[in-house]
Design a protein around this ligand. Sequence first.
Ligand code: TXA
Ligand code: MG
Length: 322
Amino acid sequence: MTIKTVTTDSIAEATTLLQNGECVAIPTETVYGLAANALNGQAVSKIFAIKNRPNFNPLITHFSTLDMVKDYVDLNNEAAKLTTSFWPGPMTLIVKRRVNCKLCDAVTAGLDTVAIRIPNHKTAQDIITACAFPLAAPSANTSGEISPTSAADVAESLGDKVKLIIADGSSAVGLESTVIDTTGDKITILRPGAITADQIKDVIGYDIAHDDGQNTDTPKSPGQLLKHYAPNLPVRLKAYDLNEGDALLAFGSTKFMPTSKINDRHILNLSETGDLYEAASHLFAYLRKLDKSGASAIAVMDIPNTGIGLAINDRLKRAAQK
Ligand code: TXA
Ligand code: MG
């Protein structure tokens, strides 16, 4: 495995590997993705093998322009409105697959719908443009682990299973894209993210429901079935007290937390000023750090359940699941 920073040469090398049916880890604004040619079934099957991902869990396909998207799928009126407002950006749309759509079946895990996104990241866009085919890319981590927000995170999770990682700093958003189902009577959110229900409502004109798939054995998003974002240490949410040996994932002021009970090195603050966007950008990196800190549990302070806070709490709830 090699980690290379962004240069004309490294982008050309990534492109050649992708053209030859190999996988390459690439940066995006949300999290790092493990990319392969979405038209090539063998290439896509390597993603599932490397991640140890169950083959019933479909992947997101990434495009560089709306024209490229329209070569593969049709967008209904509401989907088109959302693309105008939020692409390129941290939004994935579930749309109907065209009957003769050239995306390989493995990408969509046999479903008649497909997840599509145009990332707002220059390097990701440059690589897709150079390839001229869409890239299937789930988060570049072993299935079930915390998503990677840096090249080092990818290397730690996938090691030599991936040939090339293109390094381009930390992912600015830090949480995976908002997944929105546009195939039903009404738009619904399947996975909360940086694009919030209120922002979507402003574009679409009605309240947007969140279908988190918790009350069914067949959720719309098959990924909702799986244990996710799991650190090794137990995670305790809405903590207002601390035990000896705890690590603290703080948010805002820690004035009322008994931090003297624990080791200073075991405290990380997602945002001292209580900024939810800053908190989102640090969430996965700090969970990883505290998981390796030598503490015996991770206590997480309460995080307001508004705006992007909903997405943060969604990930934390899954991280805390036993
Ligand atoms: O920000 C992101 O979305 C990142 C970056 C790399 O783009 N990707 C990402 O991919 O988070 P992944 O595979 O970790 O999550 C994709 C989610 C899964 O929960 C999957 O079940 C769901 O999208 N999904 C994919 N295709 C779907 C479909 N046709 N219908 C419903 N859900 C789908
Ligand atoms: Mg993932």
